[in-house]
Design a protein around this ligand. Structure first.
Ligand SMILES: Cc1cc2nc3c(=O)[nH]c(=O)nc-3n(C[C@H](O)[C@H](O)[C@H](O)COP(=O)(O)O)c2cc1C
Length: 174
């Protein structure tokens, strides 16, 4: 049930050493490659990083907030093509990233989103630019985020909902 996934999904930043198998990765992408994009444009790309040394390098793509990638078993760089979706490449990518996180919960895996937009690395270089070099990406691509995934090694309570009455309102437009 979708509500169970929404309750169970929490940002987990500590992981065990247990690997995320190729079968699990394929299962994640069974859902993710069905995520909608504006006008059904084929704009999404996903780069997988499993190698331990590579994950350590990746964890320094920004000054802070991506350290957890080092301990993850798998990182997925969520990338969209700006040239094909000038006005919707952020939205398209965020939907893909959200599908990844929910698919992970469904498989008993944990994850956290590391934001790229406007971030800088330790040397003050834009993380977007740094990741383009690191991942060997063409200029037309935007790296929306890097999702770190693994088997969780920390417990978090189920997600509490924001208050309905202060966040949801029905109106009639005349
Ligand atoms: C757009 C977005 C960007 C985020 N960026 C980061 C990040 O750079 N580093 C990080 O550790 N967590 C990041 N997070 C995770 C949030 O901190 C987390 O979702 C929030 O605190 C709520 O906690 P929960 O995911 O457990 O519900 C991001 C989440 C979203 C949705």
């Amino acid at each position: 049930m979708f509500l169970d996934l929404a309750k169970k999904r929490r940002s987990i930043r500590k992981f065990t050493d247990k690997e995320v198998t190729d079968k699990e990765i394929k299962e994640i992408f069974e859902s993710v490659l069905r995520a909608p994009t504006a006008v059904h444009r084929d704009v999404m790309k996903y780069i997988l990083i499993k190698d331990k040394k590579s994950l350590e390098i990746l964890s320094k793509f920004k000054k802070s907030g991506a350290e957890f990638l080092k301990g993850s078993s798998l990182a997925i760089a969520v990338i969209s093509d700006k040239s094909l979706a000038k006005n919707t490449y952020h939205q398209d990518a965020c939907i893909g990233a959200t599908f990844i996180q929910l698919a992970c919960v469904d498989l008993g895996l944990s994850s956290t989103w590391a934001n790229v937009t406007d971030a800088k690395n330790e040397e003050g270089k834009a993380s977007q630019e740094y990741l383009h070099e690191l991942l060997n990406l063409d200029e037309k691509f935007n790296v929306e985020c890097i999702i770190g995934i693994g088997h969780g090694a920390e417990e978090k309570s189920e997600k509490k909902a924001w208050d309905y009455d202060t966040h949801v309102k029905e109106i009639v437009i005349k």
